[in-house]
Write a protein that binds this ligand. Sequence first.
Ligand code: PMP
Length: 418
Amino acid sequence: MTELATRTMPLPSLDVAAVRADFPILTRQVHGRPLVYLDNAATSQTPRQVIEVFADYYGRYNANIHRGLHTLADEATAAFEETREHVRRFLNAAESREIVFTRGTTEAINLVANAWGRANLVAGDEVLVSRMEHHSNIVPWQLLARELGVVIKVIPVDDRGVLDLAAYGELFTDRTRLVAVNHVSNAFGTINPVREMAAMAHDAGAMILVDGAQAAPHQAIDVRAIDADFYAFSAHKVYGPTGAGVLYGKASLFEAMPPWQGGGEMIETVSFEEPTTFAGIPHKFEAGTPAIAEVIALGEALAWVERTGIEAIGAWEGRLLAHATAGVSRIDGLRILGTAPDKAGVLSFVVDGAHAQDIGLLIDQLGVAIRTGHHCAQPLLAQFGVDATCRASFAAYNTLEEVDILVDGLHRVIGMLR
Ligand code: PMP
């Protein structure tokens, strides 16, 4: 496509009023003011269609899955397995058995560290982790490093919050086994070039795990185009419930991996006389009763995203981010952390003479919910010499007026603090 054609193509549009009407929570007041919810990177709000799944499930077909022969068990199993196929489509995975349900991104990464890591890593093997990772993509590797003697090498980040790809390339050795990197940074919003990073990892004979917790809500994901070996995300950041998440893994890798947790559902036969044998993938990695209602509700959340249009959502969040960036840039002594050219809807900042926590507490009095703290990314914040930032993060239902309320509110509370 020519550059002109690209520039004149209409942006996919979003009917924000219709979107908002789906979210009951957005009508509530906080401290006597309309809620302005800008903590979407921590958890997104839930549309009524997703909330209704719970009432429908518990009111009509609550039953344990896979092992029952009665009608309710059949219906619950069918809905659960349909969601697996739905997630496959959402990620453009090749097969639904490459989709494992977990409690969330954290559990998905711990599964890889424990099942794949313990079977494949020995002392001296190297895992590359970026400085901008969420703690959930650092600590599981550190636990393994402590126990097995695996070496963790850190992919550096520049002053804009962009990964240094040249330095990344130089970290590879013949001991590099895995790269663990996020697709989008929760602290700064940087979108990482995971496709290119995967190609570099594979060229060096290593594998790549992509933490997609912050990417799945904002852009189309294609695990085959990325050529990710593992890809993880959480339902509660994609308009779904807490307690459910996804680990995608290439079938050949999953098949070669031992189980992690043992229990019901993940076995073929259990015996004291013969070796216990395990179920095939993905069930081998789903020990015990899963979060059945939550997984089915995740399917409804993905359907909501698809009806709304992920491109339209991403484009709208880009407008909100640009408006917010321009607005806060006019505040004296405010410094934005994370100025990458390619960013998702996350705005992190610090203010001279006003601590982030105080700003967060005071602006809450105006009904505005933002996040303050280290965002589970202490190594990244330490590089920038801060222990906390304020973070506003956007979702499909946020409006330009809400961004104005944020900016006006910041002017007011910073004035009070100085
Ligand atoms: N990775 C990233 C980039 C995240 O933003 C988060 C949640 N803040 C996680 C991992 C962990 O997700 P969860 O708590 O849902 O397991």
